[in-house]
Design a protein around this ligand. Structure first.
Ligand SMILES: [Ca+2]
Ligand SMILES: [Ca+2]
Length: 378
């Protein structure tokens, strides 16, 4: 500022001299010098541009960092936290609506498959609640009917049944059965007596042993009388229903016998105690003839003695198996013999496999033939 004032003062002085003496060379040179010094300074563009560029770069970097934090790892972490919170909410609610809402929001989540499985499980449970097991109290011993949720299965000679696969179990074929009820135990002597009055069994004095020595026709008389008493519609199971239940239904573990692979724990067959020529010399099930129902282990659905004790009449006429896929098959329209399933105290182990089949004319009765009851779900 000081220098500017000096140059202004000098400039006025030189101008004053030149006004009087226009050709004064010293004043002319002095005025030029003053004008040069007083002229506005040009803008220094280079440093300014560099500063602007640096500022812009810093701004851009800031923006990049802000954007990176929004779209990168931070965003992923935030999404995971939300997903975890939503999953926790769904599992706390534990209902179809909650898991469905979770799936709608997080279809790609690692919990998605679990959510789908839980929805399926909840829906199945809801259906099972509608299909209740029940007890028939009119008989001396309550008749417990287990609800069997319907489904699809391969009937006949499936891989695990290889130890005994006669031609009438082949080929395995797909079958669908609807919901139904099946008696937890073979019908006992006391239950038979409560309806029919007499006990036809060969091995008497055992109220809780299965009734045997009953023909298919006699069994149907029993059912008719029971239905009159109870105003229900009991019936024999179809062969497909029987096998589906013996295999454990939708809970099947694909065992050789009903409930497992060790027959001595599951049922009474012709073991070392048996007096018949085909007895098994290696295995001991602790029983010679019939035993009270429910003494061995149950299968996946809670049914007892579907392997062994007494053969069980089914509603079907006997036929060889068909390769066709079938829905609620009921067997041929007519025939000579009726189907029996599951083996008995006098059978080889192989007949006690869940596929074990036998047949008799409907009017025949023997000490190894009994039955259990079925009831349609609707
Ligand atoms: Ca036995
Ligand atoms: Ca049986």
């Amino acid at each position: 500022m000081y220098r500017q004032d000096n140059f202004l003062g000098a400039k006025e002085k030189y101008e004053s001299i030149l006004a009087k003496v226009p050709h004064n060379d010293a004043a002319i040179v002095g005025l030029k010098l003053c004008n040069k010094q007083l002229a506005p300074k040009p803008v220094r563009w280079k440093p300014f541009a560099a500063a602007v560029l640096v500022a812009a770069l810093i701004f851009a970097l800031g923006q990049f960092l802000i954007n990176w934090s929004d779209t990168g790892e931070a965003k992923m972490i935030a999404a995971k936290v939300i997903e975890q919170q939503d999953w926790q909410q769904a599992t706390t609610a534990h209902n179809v609506k909650g898991y469905q809402a979770f799936l709608n929001m997080h279809s790609e989540s690692s919990y998605a498959k679990m959510a789908e499985a839980r929805i399926q499980e909840l829906q199945n449970n809801a259906e099972e609640k509608e299909l209740q097991s029940f007890s028939e109290g009119l008989l001396s011993t309550p008749l417990k009917m287990i609800a069997v949720k319907g489904g699809t299965f391969y009937m006949g000679c499936t891989n695990e049944q290889a130890p005994m696969c006669p031609t009438d179990l082949q080929p395995q074929h797909q079958v669908f059965v609807d919901d139904f009820h099946l008696a937890q135990f073979e019908i006992t002597q006391s239950q038979w007596k409560a309806v029919m009055g007499k006990n036809p069994s060969s091995f008497k004095d055992c109220d809780n042993c299965p009734v045997e020595n009953v023909s298919w026709l006699q069994v149907n008389e029993f059912i008719e009388k029971l239905n009159q008493k109870t105003q229900k519609s009991y019936r024999l199971p179809t062969e497909a229903e029987w096998e589906f239940a013996a295999r454990g239904g939708i809970k099947s573990l694909n065992s050789l016998y009903a409930g497992g692979d060790r027959l001595t724990q599951l049922g009474n067959f012709c073991d070392t105690n048996c007096s018949l020529p085909w007895k098994d010399d290696q295995q001991n099930d602790q029983a010679n003839t019939t035993v009270p129902v429910g003494e061995y282990q149950p299968n996946e659905l809670g049914f007892y003695d579907m392997s062994g004790n007494v053969w069980e009449w089914c509603s079907d006429w006997y036929d060889t198996q068909s390769a066709k896929v079938t829905y609620n098959p009921t067997g041929p329209e007519s025939g000579r013999t009726k189907v029996l399933r599951g083996g008995s105290w006098n059978s080889k182990a192989g007949y006690c496999q869940v596929t074990g089949r036998f047949q008799h004319e409907p009017d025949k009765s023997f000490g190894y033939l009994g039955f259990r009851l079925a009831h349609s779900a609707k």
